[in-house]
Design a protein around this ligand. Structure first.
Ligand code: SF4
Length: 379
């Protein structure tokens, strides 16, 4: 639904936009903004996170870059973990991220979503025009499909389609001034991020490298939440399929949307998860919300969800936050792997990357394009 210049708000701290910018707020303020179209906002300062280098190191995923942000902020003395006298440069500020301009918009969301864990007021990510164009073209088809399915309000959806088409005809992207000043600048060289980084129990800021936590016994694994996209489920599925064994851990799987679940079912991944003994939950927030299913009391868990606050996933649970790829390996081994063990699996995924990390481009899926082509926009 978004355009690159959208300024929005929402009542969930994870109302984070992959393009445009959002300032989540309390429900009163959100209702005020919804009713009036404006909200009072003192524009905060920004913290710039600049990624340098062209390629991720082998086995390193975007989720590891999410965790690299607090990791490098701690190194620079801009963030502390202890609650007493806590220092957090991101708190209440805008997290501006640059240096990863070719991310797909779905991937960019993983970074902007995690701005909530930094207590940032908002997050912006500098992307090139190409991924945004791809995303809007896909969403136009999806919105037309929604019209064909009778979703409302049709005039609002049609207006949105019109705005997207207008942007595509005359694309313009906002960017920071060359001489912009920031509250702090954090530079992260991709060449220096050589292994996965996890958030440790039970604080999203308490980040450590895989080598520091390898060997911890794991009882349960949760693959899901708004931090995941369809590529993560394929990656986990490929690893489980190749292993061909039933899991020594209890693994929960909940894709973020019904459309992801349908696509994964069609591609045979639900079969693979079922055979491995994983438990499939209804698409959506699932365990991350903590009020649907919950992990066992006092268990040790690897999760791909957003935050590992005490008791959120389960009473007394110790929760590590990691990439889906690392979570799948932990599910298979019943422990947090060593770097060597992890890399063995990661190499397999790397070799299948093209097939695994594909996103839902609705303009390339027949069932959506056929329905969309029957819709005549009237706006
Ligand atoms: S998946 Fe978790 S963090 Fe994301 S919106 Fe749902 S409850 Fe919030």
């Amino acid at each position: 639904m978004l355009l690159p210049d959208t300024v929005g708000t929402g009542g969930d701290s994870h109302t984070r936009f992959p393009i445009g910018i959002s300032f989540p707020a309390g429900s009163g303020l959100v209702a005020f903004a919804a009713a009036t179209g404006v909200m009072p906002l003192d524009m905060p300062e920004s913290v710039l996170v600049r990624f340098k280098g062209d390629t991720l190191q082998p086995g390193v995923t975007l989720r590891d870059l999410v965790n690299a942000i607090p990791y490098y902020a701690i190194k620079q003395g801009l963030l502390t973990v202890a609650k007493a006298g806590k220092k957090n440069i991101f708190s209440g500020r805008i997290l501006e991220i640059e240096g990863l301009p070719d991310l797909k918009v779905e991937q960019a969301f993983e970074l902007s979503d995690s701005a909530a864990e930094r207590s940032a007021a908002a997050c912006s990510i500098k992307l090139n025009e190409a991924p945004i164009r791809e995303y809007l073209n896909s969403n136009i088809t999806m919105l037309k499909w929604m019209l064909s399915e009778g979703y409302g309000d049709p005039r609002t959806i049609e207006r949105r389609i019109g705005n997207m088409e207008a942007w595509l005809a005359n694309p313009e992207l906002m960017e920071g001034d060359a001489d912009a000043e920031y509250a702090a600048v954090i530079e992260i060289d991709l060449a220096d991020v050589k292994e996965p980084i996890l958030a440790c129990p039970n604080d999203p800021d308490d980040v450590k490298t895989l080598s520091e936590v390898a060997g911890v016994q794991i009882d349960e694994v949760f693959l899901g939440s708004c931090m995941t996209n369809i590529g993560h489920f394929r990656a986990a599925g490929k690893l489980l399929d190749a292993a061909g064994t039933t899991l020594p851990t209890r693994m929960w799987i909940a894709p973020p949307t019904k459309m992801d679940a349908a696509q994964l079912t069609e591609e045979g991944y639900y079969n693979i998860f079922g055979k491995a003994g994983a438990r499939m939950e209804m698409p959506g927030c699932s365990l991350c919300m903590g009020n649907q299913a919950r992990v066992g009391d006092n268990t040790t868990v690897v999760s791909t969800s957003t935050r590992n606050f005490p008791n959120r996933l389960g009473t007394g649970a110790n929760v590590y936050l990691s990439s889906a790829e690392l979570a799948a390996v932990a599910a298979l081994l019943g422990k947090i792997p060593t770097v060597e063990e992890y890399m063995e699996y990661a190499t397999k995924i790397d070799s299948m990357a093209e097939d695994v990390y594909r996103y839902l481009n609705f303009d390339q899926i027949d069932s959506y394009t056929n329905a969309a082509s029957s819709v005549i926009a009237t706006a």
